[in-house]
Design a protein around this ligand. Structure first.
Ligand code: PGA
Length: 256
């Protein structure tokens, strides 16, 4: 049986001092409310990664550290970019690949998502592949084939069968306060599991992201049949993030 996974995507929030503070708070709340069935990951901005990894190591916490993005090249003339090797040496275990904000604001197309995913796996790090349709795509009732195509383009370029989690994040639900309904989540999760299996990733965990809060997490975890969450806004406060971790953990405890 797989374990749940809850990932906090801090986006471009919190400088390294604030990041250390939040990590310390998280370590202490999670220690007081152990979540045996769930892995917990935080994805701070690049400049915070070492500080956050140091806190986690010093506290011997099980929280793992992810980066929000990486360049698909190993080294060279890519001003402003960071490589997989650099991240690994900082203690980073996982990288988010193809978050919708990277896709829409930084021109990350399916091809670049695929080569970034390849670079992450080749470098021995785990990846969280983000997929999800826009509102226009959903209104055109094209969301299933759209998301399947995103997955096929990314996973089809890989050789292995593990180390990838898929996060379903409908673009219209991100940061809007309007999460997908549990029916919408469950339907898409089935679709994603099927497509991932077709690409050789039958065991991939599937997360949901998009306006997840302490109030809706339990219902989405149970009825949406997800393996966990990718959390933006609600991951910036230790209390709300820990509540989401607990909700996911309770759901896993019941499934056992
Ligand atoms: P949100 O962001 O929880 O603030 O909607 C989720 C994400 O972008 O990963």
């Amino acid at each position: 049986m797989t374990r749940g996974l809850v990932v906090g995507n801090w986006k471009m929030n919190l400088d390294h001092v604030e990041a250390v503070h939040l990590t310390q708070q998280l370590v202490s709340v999670l220690a007081s409310r152990p979540a045996q069935h769930v892995d917990v990951t935080v994805a701070p901005p690049f400049v915070d990664l070492r500080s956050v990894a140091s806190v986690v190591e010093a506290e011997r916490s099980l929280i793992s550290v992810a980066a929000q993005h990486v360049n698909d090249h190993e080294s060279g003339a890519f001003t402003g970019e960071v490589s997989v090797t650099m991240l690994r040496r900082l203690g980073v275990a996982t990288v988010l690949v193809g978050h919708s904000e990277r896709r829409s604001l930084f021109h990350m197309d399916d091809q670049l998502v695929a080569s970034t995913l390849r670079a992450v796996r080749r470098g021995g790090l785990d990846a969280i592949l983000c997929v999800g349709e826009s509102l226009a795509t959903r209104e055109a009732r094209d969301e299933r084939s759209f998301v399947r195509a995103q997955i096929a383009a990314a996973l089809g370029a890989l050789e292995g069968h593990d180390g990838v989690t898929v996060a379903y994040e409908p673009v219209w639900a991100i940061g809007t306060g309007q999460s997908a309904t549990t029916t919408q989540v469950a339907e898409m999760v089935d679709e994603i599991r099927d497509e991932a299996a077709r690409c050789g990733y039958a065991a991939a965990r599937v997360l949901y992201g998009g306006s997840v809060t302490a109030d809706n997490a339990a219902q989405i975890a149970t009825e949406g049949r997800v393996d966990g969450f990718l959390v933006g806004g609600a991951s910036l406060k230790a209390e709300s993030f820990a509540a989401i971790v607990s909700a996911c953990n309770d759901c896993y405890a019941e499934r056992r």
